[in-house]
Design a protein around this ligand. Structure first.
Ligand code: PEP
Ligand code: MG
Length: 756
């Protein structure tokens, strides 16, 4: 009996030799198709490569008319070859001419061949071309022959991807792999970034394709599969916070896939055909991804990304890489392209090399976006498919104004954007000039523009942006980027650094706001929750774990010795929580004074207004605290019942909708009534149009990301506040012509040339 594995093995060995020989690309291709034909006992072997104009061009053939090379072409979807490319699936036919898609190309002389086997040339799920064998006799190719041809196609994919064939393309034409593509999604942070792609979870490039000994390689594959299964079981058993809820489901799915006999069988088959275990994982994954690309069922597509992650884990096991390998050789103009990303992961990249962030998912208020905004980099989100179209090192433009990206842009587009970047730089210059102007409306009313921060990296921006202080210091960020609980000394050091950097400008520290979407992987106490946003988070969690709160408060009190401490509590739902927190604070103050510590000169305690229950006890709230800060991100989420991280809903409801603005007005009024300072520190404060609305509603202090201060100040200094107040008197309870408030506000600004 014929050893089914020996055919492909010999062929792969031969291909490896051919790849290493110093040959011209055409010569190499000609020899490759000749060897494949010989090995598969086929009379014809042809390679078609997909061009950027969606045409499949014959690049090499053994058996068909050699004059047809670079002349014979089919459009994507046309003929058998076009069908294979469009569907990313093989076609195995004993009588090709009977197939409804068959298209006759007279220049090739293929009419005498009956049987036909064609497979897509795939890389990371993308079709780069089609590889075909044909025979005169009517025969059906066996499964192992299909498998062998697919494996061979993988080698060719590598050749195409490494740019080996670029020299064979006619002037003016390009291979599909290099095609410029643009995506439109949402803008999550303004700005324009030009740079080069860094895939956040880079497809691990498998360079070692051919194994020396299949049996040994199968053992290696099995061992890695074994450790992969163990590590998943281990993660499932450790009830860690990061693995609760959805994450747990994903892991359960991983466990199922890792034990999936179909997957394992396909991997082993590929190894028996001569591939290394790594190359086998890549091949099986690429086949599967290409097939799934055409599925529309979102559940199955989601499962595919689970499978991708699993395959990546397996590759890392096989290649002995740690899971946290951040791109080592980062270009100096890196644009990170990710499916989704945690805030901490973004912080692993050096800020000075980041020029932008592209996310397939995400929402404007998700934490990675907030962190990116703090870092001042443009972010474009909801770029579905960007990850599979991008290759590491590709030129890319992130347009954070339009919410678009351009991969491998044409030179004229790139030039236009370079001009835009220069224009923005000039505008930044104008903003810098504005820093010297008082922070007042056109009619002389002072409004404090503060900045949000949370990390030491933010601090230099205080001076750069010309902020009046820090209106929200998110202390949990230090916890989120650490791998264990930051020690009391480390907390104190950070707080002291913040105050030193502020040089007497006010700083409002918020006690740790964890839970919900802000998980600390090392925090073992977390429970599994159906609705984490409504769950055990922020002040609820810290009151139940007072040790955590006490340590933080003590660190804050010590860091603020001799200076003022402004402290606020996140997610307050009822006033009793403020009283409880106050007790803990008082006890810490007593403790420190007993040991003669240098105490803050004054202590102001505030509450964040993020939960709608407080809207119905505004006067009591104002009396219970020294100040109130509206957390509009969460308040909007709860008032509108819209998950702030849900991409499906990201654009559905407007933060400038009338009911929400009315709620904001009531808060501002209650502050005035009770002489309690009110500020707002959600993302709402950072957009000139919404900042304008807030000022019109009575807010005299707002806190935003540093990059927003310039544009907001440009608006502020041109704003005739009295007219805006009159506008709200007329429109807030009865919007003119029933128009949306955003449209009315825009018209108000346009009529008065207020820059928004
Ligand atoms: C808010 O909810 O608006 C807020 C400022 O807090 P965070 O975004 O950190 O939840
Ligand atoms: Mg909040």
């Amino acid at each position: 009996m014929r050893d089914t594995a020996s055919g492909p093995r010999v062929l792969l060995k031969r291909l490896r030799e051919l790849m290493q020989e110093p040959l011209e690309p055409q010569e190499r291709l000609d020899r490759i198709v000749r060897d494949i034909a010989a090995n598969m006992v086929a009379e014809v072997c042809s390679l078609y490569v997909l061009r950027a104009d969606s045409v499949l061009e014959l690049y090499a053939t053994e058996g068909l008319n050699p004059k047809a090379v670079h002349l014979a072409q089919l459009r994507l979807g046309e003929g058998l070859v076009g069908t294979i490319a469009a569907s990313a699936r093989p076609l195995n036919l004993s009588n090709a001419q009977e197939h409804p898609a068959f298209a006759y190309l007279p220049e090739t002389g293929e009419e005498i061949y009956n049987s036909f086997l064609g497979v897509p040339v795939l890389r990371a799920g993308r079709t780069l071309g089609v590889l075909v064998v044909q025979n005169k006799t009517m025969r059906h190719y066996r499964d192992d022959e299909v498998e062998a041809l697919e494996t061979t196609a993988m080698v060719i994919a590598e050749m195409i991807a490494t740019g080996d064939l670029a020299r064979l393309t006619r002037p003016g034409l390009e291979l599909d792999l290099r095609r410029p593509v643009s995506f439109t999604g949402l803008s999550f942070n303004e700005g324009v970034g030009l740079g080069h792609v860094v895939l956040h979870e880079p497809r691990i490039v498998v360079t070692n394709l051919f194994n020396e000994d299949s049996d040994e390689e199968i053992k290696r594959l099995d061992a890695s599969l074994g450790s992969l299964r163990l590590s998943i079981d281990d993660m499932l058993e450790r009830r860690e916070v990061a693995f609760e809820g959805e994450h747990r489901q994903v892991l359960e799915a991983y466990r199922m896939f890792a034990n999936d006999s179909g997957w394992v069988r396909r991997l082993e088959e590929a190894v028996r055909n001569g591939l290394t275990a790594e190359a086998a994982v890549e091949k099986v994954q690429s086949d599967m991804r290409a097939r799934m690309l055409h599925m529309t069922d979102p559940y199955l597509r989601e499962r595919m990304s689970d499978f991708d992650d699993l395959a990546n884990r397996l590759l890392r096991q096989l290649m002995g890489r740690g899971p946290d390998d951040v791109a080592v050789s980062l270009p100096k103009d890196a644009i990170i392209v990710a499916r989704s990303m945690g805030a901490a992961e973004l912080l692993d990249y050096p800020r000075d090399k980041l020029r932008g962030l592209v996310l397939e998912d995400g929402a404007a208020t998700s934490h990675v976006v907030i962190v990116a905004r703090a870092m001042g980099i443009p972010v474009a989100g909801q770029m579905k498919g960007a990850v599979s179209m991008a290759e590491n090192g590709d030129a890319i433009i992130v347009d954070g104004e339009e919410g678009a990206i351009h991969l491998r842009p044409q030179p004229d587009l790139e030039a236009a954007y370079a001009e835009k970047v220069r224009f923005r730089a000039r505008r930044q210059e104008v903003y810098r000039e504005l820093r010297k102007k008082p922070s007042m409306t056109k009619d002389g009313v002072q409004v404090d523009l503060l900045m949000n921060a949370g990390l030491a990296v933010d601090l230099p921006q205080l001076a750069e942006a010309g902020a009046a202080g820090i209106g929200l210091f998110r202390t949990e960020l230090q916890f989120m980027v650490a791998s264990t609980f930051p020690r009391a000394e480390a907390q104190e050091r950070l707080y002291r650094d913040v105050l030193d950097a502020a040089r007497g400008k006010p700083v409002t520290f918020r006690t740790i706001d964890i839970g919900g979407d802000k998980v600390l992987p090392y925090f073992k106490d977390t429970i599994q929750e159906e609705n984490p946003a409504l769950g055990w988070r922020a002040i609820r969690l810290t009151l139940d774990r007072p040790g955590l709160l006490r340590t933080q408060i003590r660190a804050l009190l010590k860091a603020c010795g001799g200076r003022e401490l402004k402290l606020m509590l996140p997610m307050v739902t009822e006033l009793g929580e403020i009283a409880q927190a106050r007790e803990i604070i008082d006890r810490e103050v007593r403790h420190l004074s007993r040991f003669a510590h240098h105490l803050p000169t004054s202590l102001k305690l505030g509450a964040m207004l993020e939960v709608p229950s407080l809207l119905f006890q505004l006067d009591e709230l104002m009396k219970a605290v020294d100040f109130v800060s509206v957390g509009s991100n969460d308040l909007f989420q709860f008032v509108m019942a819209v998950d702030r991280g849900n991409t499906q809903l990201a654009d559905r409801f407007d933060v400038l909708s009338t009911p929400f603005l009315r709620a904001l007005k009531q808060i501002a009024d209650a502050g005035v009534r009770n002489q309690t300072p009110v500020t707002l520190c959600g993302e709402l404060a950072g957009k000139p149009i919404s900042a304008m609305a807030l000022i019109g509603l009575g807010y005299r202090s707002i806190s935003m990301s540093p990059a927003s201060i310039g544009p907001v100040k440009a608006m502020l200094t041109e704003l005739p506040l009295a007219e805006l107040e009159a506008f709200f008197d007329d429109n807030l309870m009865a919007p003119a012509q029933g128009l949306p408030m955003r449209a009315l506000l825009q018209a108000f600004a346009d009529d008065r040339s207020i820059p928004l």
